[in-house]
Design a protein around this ligand. Structure first.
Ligand code: SF4
Ligand code: SF4
Length: 286
């Protein structure tokens, strides 16, 4: 089963939820936690796993052999990202803009374009007992998160429970991370900003046809609008985490919630049972 943990915006407690769920379940299940928040992977700040494997991620960028090039301009025409420009007697490639789609080399009539790898990030792995962490790290200054997320997701073993810590927001990296999940937990906070971002995130998971439920974090700081929205939309609120100074202190010290406040372990185990129940019910309904 693949459960992704997403939020329409950063700082809502998504990683707190993903790591708490992973640690609660890993006592009795083989579990993989995929940290796909590749611009800021911080699940391991709470998990403290030793990294024992690291692999670089590359994307293919074009290399032009100007002895073969006729400067016809077809490569620049086909590039949707303006990553290649053809001047009178020069072809310029802008590696930072290139998405590595391969269209230019495929369509070059002179076969003047080959590809070379450009490093954009890393995938790291570590494990302890039943729990395996796979985390992606995008190099500083890089904009291309999806290829790193794709590499992280290649390690999914369907025999395990898989929890994906999704990047914040609702753009391409989110879609890349959430796609293929059985269920998406949307973490939000009960404020107008939280509601706005939650409704955008709901739009994304509904487009992907993935069942979802909501975790409301920091209950007590805002209003009832998020609860009312979920009720109206028929989205179950599966967990409410109160605004609690002790939870914030644990997080700031890198101590997992279920270790610092063990009573939360039961709550996360119940959350998992609720997700299983929702998925079983939706299978019956189909
Ligand atoms: S498509 Fe090929 S031949 Fe034409 S300008 Fe680009 S590299 Fe040169
Ligand atoms: S590989 Fe794709 S994105 Fe990169 S320069 Fe070629 S057409 Fe543009």
């Amino acid at each position: 089963m693949i459960i992704s943990v997403a939020s329409g915006k950063g700082g809502t407690g998504k990683t707190l939820v993903a790591t708490s769920l992973a640690l609660s379940l890993s006592d009795n299940h083989k579990l993989q936690l995929l940290d796909c928040d590749v611009e800021e992977p911080n699940a391991n700040i709470l998990l403290h796993l030793a990294i024992n494997e690291s692999q670089r991620v590359y994307i293919p960028i074009p290399k032009v052999d100007e002895t073969k090039c006729t400067y016809c301009g077809k490569c620049a025409e086909v590039c949707a990202y303006n990553a290649i420009a053809v001047l009178k007697e020069k072809v310029l490639v802008f590696p930072e803009l290139c998405h590595g789609c391969g269209a230019c080399s495929y369509l070059c009539p002179e076969s003047a374009i080959t590809e070379e790898g450009r490093e954009i990030g890393l995938v790291e792995r570590g494990n302890s007992g039943n729990l395996e962490l796979i985390q992606g790290k995008l190099n500083v200054g890089e904009a291309m998160a999806p290829p790193v997320i794709r590499e992280v997701k290649k390690y999914i073993d369907p025999a395990n429970i898989v929890i994906i810590d999704v990047p914040p927001g609702t753009s391409c990296p989110v879609v890349e991370a959430v796609e293929g999940s059985d269920f998406c937990l949307l973490v939000t906070e009960p404020t107008p900003f939280g509601l706005n971002d939650l409704s955008l995130a709901v739009g994304v998971v509904r487009k992907l046809d993935i069942s979802c439920g909501v975790v409301i974090n920091r209950v007590g700081i805002g209003d009832e609008e998020v609860e009312q929205y979920c009720h109206r939309e028929g989205i179950p609120v599966l967990l409410r985490i109160p605004l609690d100074r002790n939870i914030a202190i644990l997080y700031s010290q890198g101590i997992p919630l279920i270790e610092g406040m063990s009573e939360w372990r039961e709550q996360f185990l119940r959350l998992f049972q609720d997700i299983k129940g929702i998925l079983a019910a939706s299978r019956v309904a189909k």
